[in-house]
Write a protein that binds this ligand. Structure first.
Ligand code: NAD
Length: 333
């Protein structure tokens, strides 16, 4: 990396201004290497070349329903993403959007390609089938001049990348087990995350979860005391680790416990990688996240680490799509 690559600040946009989008904007506040200049929610968008003000964006979103109400810099629109991305110069976007329906993220990516946008895109996508659709767009993304990094949240993301590092001790990987604990004080701060988690419960589909009203979600959570227990989830960690050559996807399992009434994690988040060394010893590496780190810290920190890495690829002329297991995230100063 040359000194120009290191010193050029990255102009960042955030698509989606819910739980993760707002946390992402807050996380960027003290950063020198990234400046938050663009944001879109479902009904509006805003852009400010010298950097957006977090508090004004939050006020506008919470009290008026959209960042599009911001005076002078905001615009209301039913096609907020397309309008924003085709008008303004932004180096990279974090897609903090709900993937409901399961094809939504791919349709957003198609908007970027259609308007001729070039730059870096990072998502925190969860479902295997959704990631397969994105990986299928590799040629189109490469031809469009877009560097796309997928699966760059916590799981998939931080834990999947950690599993790839841990696997280096082994000649054969027997099992990768990811267990997550999430604590959020109030489910409404992360509506899409919770709906997508409900879609993993036995008896539910993505379509059913998407169609549930807020009252129906609250009623379901009331039955379980605010707890969601998830097992054998369709999580793209399996596909990412298979593509990285660690093991067939059926050796990867993901599950967790989400408490929607307390900010403390109900259980520790960890990844365990079991394998056989070249000497024939069977062992397990465990990487456990600190209990004080929130879902938002682990997802958004990782997403921007990959956005920085993606920017370096983009500046060197590498376009296309990669997953979080193929690249090291770069720490954002
Ligand atoms: P949220 O419901 O809190 O917010 C979603 C935001 O997207 C809202 O601001 C909404 O206005 C906006 N939006 C919806 N449709 C839009 C459209 N058509 N155009 C523009 N904006 C639109 O969502 P959240 O809980 O922050 O979750 C975001 C995503 O992050 C989810 O898909 C979730 O699964 C994912 N996630 C990933 C991980 C991980 O570790 N990989 C962890 C947590 C969440």
């Amino acid at each position: 990396m040359n000194s120009t690559e290191q010193t050029q600040s990255i102009n960042v946009g955030i698509l989606g201004f819910g739980g993760l989008g707002q946390a992402a904007a807050q996380l960027l506040q003290p950063k020198q290497e990234m400046q938050w200049v663009a944001v879109a929610d479902q009904t509006g968008y805003a852009y400010q070349a010298q950097g957006l003000n977090l508090q004004s964006c939050r006020n506008s979103y919470r009290h008026q329903g959209s960042v599009g109400h911001l005076e002078e810099i905001g615009t209301l629109s039913q096609t907020s993403i397309r309008d924003l991305i085709q008008q303004y110069p932004v180096d990279g976007y974090f897609l903090a959007l709900p993937n409901l329906p399961n094809t939504f993220m791919a349709s957003v990516v198609r908007e970027f390609i259609n308007v001729g946008w070039q730059g870096v895109l990072v998502d925190a996508l969860k479902r295997t089938s959704a990631m397969e659709e994105l990986l299928g767009m590799k040629q189109e993304l490469a031809a469009a001049g877009i560097t796309y990094l997928t699966g760059c949240g916590a799981t998939p993301g931080l834990l999947t990348a950690a599993a790839t590092v841990a696997a280096q001790s082994y000649a054969e990987i027997h099992e990768v087990n990811i267990t997550f604990g999430v604590g959020i004080a109030n489910w409404e701060a992360y509506r899409a995350t919770i709906r997508e988690d409900i879609a993993h419960l036995p008896g539910y589909t993505v379509e059913q979860a998407k169609a549930m009203s807020d009252d129906e979600v609250a009623a379901l959570l009331a039955e379980t005391d605010g707890i969601l227990k998830l097992e054998n989830m369709e999580h793209a960690d399996d596909l990412m680790l298979e593509l990285a050559g660690l093991c067939p996807r059926d050796r990867v399992s993901v599950g967790g416990v989400v408490d929607t009434r307390h900010a403390e994690k109900p259980i520790s988040t960890n990844v365990q990688v079991t394998g056989r060394t070249f000497e024939g010893k069977i062992s397990t590496h465990t990487f456990t996240l600190g209990n004080e780190t929130s879902m938002a810290a682990n997802v958004c920190g990782t997403a921007f680490g990959y956005l920085k890495a993606g920017t370096q690829f983009h500046r060197r002329g590498w376009y296309g799509v990669m997953t979080a297991t193929e690249v090291m995230p770069q720490f954002v100063k």
